[in-house]
Every structure is written in C-alpha cells, then in structure tokens.
Design a protein around this ligand. Structure first.
Ligand SMILES: [Zn+2]
Length: 448
C-alpha cells in the first residue's frame, strides 16, 4: 500500500470516529479530501468548468473602472461638446504556410472565415488595428511562411471585411521581401481600404498619416519595431520609410503629432522576447523612458502603449500622473491574434477595447478598459484544416458550439481564470485603485 493509501485509510478511520463525535459537516470535508487524494482530477476540473458559468471575464478582470485622466488638450474655444471614440487593438497576424493553405479556395484565397466569430465585436469600434506581420509582396514573389514571409493580398481584404480599419506594418518581418515588398504591401493594404501605420511611401505620406480624426477626436497612432531580422534599417534622413525604435525619433514624431493637434498619442511597439510571458528588462527600460517623456519642451510621453511580437500575452500596467490618478497605460504584449504556432500560450491573444473621450470641459480620458482574451482554434473538417479566432470566454463556456472536445474545454476553462490573473500580475495598486482579480482567482487556481 502506498503512503497515500495508508493516509487515506487512517483518514477514513478518523472520519468514522469524527462522524460519531462531530457530525456530518466534518465527514463531508474529509470525503472531499479523500476524493482529491484518490486523484479525482476530473472531479476538480469539472468543478472549475462549472464555476466558469458564474464568472464573466469582465467581472474577473475588474479594475474598478480604470480610467486614465489626461488633463486638457484643447483651447477653451474648442470645448463644449463631449466626444468619444472606441478603439480596438489586437496583436500579431502572422500567416505561416499551414494557415495560408487553409485559406485557399478554387479562386484564390479567403481569409474572412477565421475571423467570423469576432467580426461582430470588431465592427463595433471606430478604429480597429492589428499588427500585420507579413509583407503582401505578390504571388510572383512566391508565398511563404517562416522565416521569410509573404502572404496573399486577400489577407488585407479579409481583415477589412472582418472589421479592421488599420494595420501596423513596422515589425521584424517588414523587409522579408525587401523594400519593394514593403512598398507593395502599403499599396495593397490601401487598396483594401485599410490605413497603414509605421511605414510610409514618402515624407509627406508620413506627415499626412500621423494623425487621424474619428468622431471629432484627433488620434496619433505611431508604430516602431525593435529590428528587421538583420536587414539594414532606413538610411539617415530616410527614417520616414519605416519606424525603427529610437527614442529621439519617437519623441520627435510624438511632438510632431501633438503639433498637428493630436488629442491622444498611442504607440504601437513591436518588441520583447518571443514566447516570454513577462516583459524583458529591455522592454521595461524602454517603456519607462518613453512614458517619462523627452527632455526637450513638448516631448511628453505617450498616453497608451500597445506591444506585440512575443506571440504570447504579457501583462498590463498603468502609471499614476501628477494627481495620483492613472494617466498612462501599457499592455506589454497583445499576443497572437491569428496563428498556427504550436508553442504554449501562442494560441491565446487579446482584444483591447477602450474608449477615448474628450469631456465637454476639455478633459481627456481613456477608459474604461476592456480586455477580451481570444483563442485561436486549430481544427479540421471535411474541407481540411481550419483556423478561427474565438473569444476565450465563449470557447470555454460553450465548447460544443465550436466543436471543441472535452480535454481542450477543460484546458480553456483553466486558461480563462489564469489569463485574468496573468494580465493583472504586474499591476501596483495606486490611490485605492486595486484590481480584485488576485483575490478572486488565486484560491480557484490553487484548489483546482
Ligand atoms: Zn515579430
């Protein structure tokens, strides 16, 4: 008999005595412990699945109405009317060979089906951005996946039809098909009705695209990458071609955007270590320098930083401003949006959904923050392999609706709770703003 077995027998004998002495309640507790001791994991996981029903991710990821308060941006003469826009951002769209093949049709390619379960959500926002990681360099340059990507043009139209309005194109694969591949990507994206951010056709093109207006609000979206997989960055004086991370350049661009009247400045940063769930020291250092702003006058830091490249989700942080209230926020990595990568956590991503508002008195606010985790399902049916992006909450709560088997469903239930815990794992409570997530989730994750 094993040690566990002996313990169980002893516990059971004790249970019988206790039953006589102390009654039913104690026996129930011991029976529960015995079940655990016998390795009834399915019982424990089943109960986590059941618990899922009483939670919504919004409730779990409760930041008590996190709102960034940014002060005034407009001259008094322009104030008087509250305006607001909804921004949605997701992480990497990276089309490996298997994903491309799954989108093949008799007539070409169709990238709309993978997004059909999130399109409704995306279409609710005014500004919807993804990181387009692969060039669209044309069929004559041969389509390919890792390591030198080239995806079909239908990817751009598929993203547009799914509800995206813009893509960032500054990342380590931007030059996988050289400068001509990047230039063709910009034209293709534009023809599909998507705005591009982070690489430009000319200095004037960059200037005209620094700030965009939505519902009367001027938003500056700027994108930069840590590197280009060994390829040379733009020459001095041609930095407009492609955003490569450089503090001076970023501060100059942000100041320029504010000169153009930007009410909000948002940075998209392609940075960090792949498959690392926490930001690297380089990421943290860069972020703190950027948030602090430059030394020259007018070089204020960004309001919001959206990170990607690690292919897994990294946590959220916010920083307090002068009044002690949150005034800047950073999501270190939004993870993958659509992918065929097989590594742990690469099938999970985030939809960041946030309101940017200017109150009637001119105060600017960003919030409330809503983070919607996504799951990229890899499956196969009669037609062959398929990939589709599903909100994690729906996939975990209604697995049967998506043909998700029991084992995967149990894993998703655990990931649902774990994701909320992970997202808040770097938050420091400030001024009474304390996420309740840890208290709610830690016991759940410990006991199951
Ligand atoms: Zn990347």
């Amino acid at each position: 008999m094993t040690m566990t077995g002996k313990k169980i027998v002893i516990s059971f004998l004790r249970a019988r005595i206790l039953f006589r002495l102390r009654g039913l309640a104690i026996v129930s507790a011991i029976v529960a412990a015995l079940l655990g001791g016998f390795g009834f994991t399915s019982y424990a996981e089943g109960s986590l699945t059941q618990k899922l029903e009483s939670f919504s991710f919004d409730k779990l990821f409760d930041l008590k109405g996190l709102k960034l308060e940014l002060g005034f941006s407009r001259p008094a003469a322009l104030r008087g009317k509250r305006c607001s826009l909804k921004l949605i951002a997701v992480g990497d769209v990276l089309i490996h060979d298997s994903l491309r093949r799954s989108a093949a049709t008799d007539a070409g390619y169709d990238f709309q089906p993978p997004f059909e379960h999130v399109a409704g959500l995306l279409k609710q926002a005014d500004l919807v951005i993804a990181n387009l990681e692969n060039p669209l360099a044309g069929a004559d340059r041969k389509f390919s996946g890792y390591p030198n990507f080239n995806a079909p043009d239908e990817l751009a139209s598929g993203l547009r039809k799914a509800g995206f309005t813009a893509v960032t194109v500054a990342n380590n694969h931007s030059l996988d098909r050289g400068w001509s591949g990047l230039e063709r990507t910009l034209k293709t994206v534009d023809a599909a009705g998507l705005k591009y951010i982070g690489a430009y056709a000319s200095p004037d093109d960059k200037l005209s695209r620094l700030v965009s207006v939505h519902n009367g609000i001027k938003v500056a979206l700027l994108a930069y990458t840590y590197g280009l997989n060994g390829r040379a960055p733009p020459k001095a004086g041609e930095e407009w071609r492609l955003g490569v991370i450089d503090l001076d350049l970023i501060f100059r661009d942000m100041a320029q955007a504010r000169d153009q009247g930007a009410d909000f400045v948002i940075l998209s940063l392609h940075f960090g270590n792949e498959y690392q769930r926490k930001p690297s020291s380089e990421q943290k250092e860069l972020v703190s320098k950027l948030l602090a702003g430059g030394r020259a006058p007018g070089q204020a830091g960004p309001d919001l930083i959206l990170g990607h490249h690690p292919h897994v989700v990294q946590p959220l942080i916010y920083l307090a401003g002068k009044g002690g209230r949150p005034s800047q926020a950073v999501i270190y990595s939004l993870g993958n949006f659509i992918t065929s990568q097989p590594f742990p956590y690469t099938d999970l991503g985030l939809i960041l959904d946030v309101q940017l508002s200017i109150e009637a008195d001119g105060r600017r606010t960003i919030g409330p923050f809503r983070l919607i985790p996504t799951y990229c399902q890899k499956g196969a049916d009669k037609k062959g392999r398929f990939f589709r992006v599903i909100p994690l909450e729906l996939a975990a709560k209604r697995p049967q609706d998506y043909g998700i088997g029991n084992e995967s469903a149990k894993k998703l239930a655990k990931q649902f709770f774990e994701m909320a815990r992970h997202l808040t794992s770097m938050l420091e409570p400030i001024d009474g703003l304390e996420p309740t997530t840890a208290q709610a989730i830690d016991p759940l994750l410990k006991t199951h």
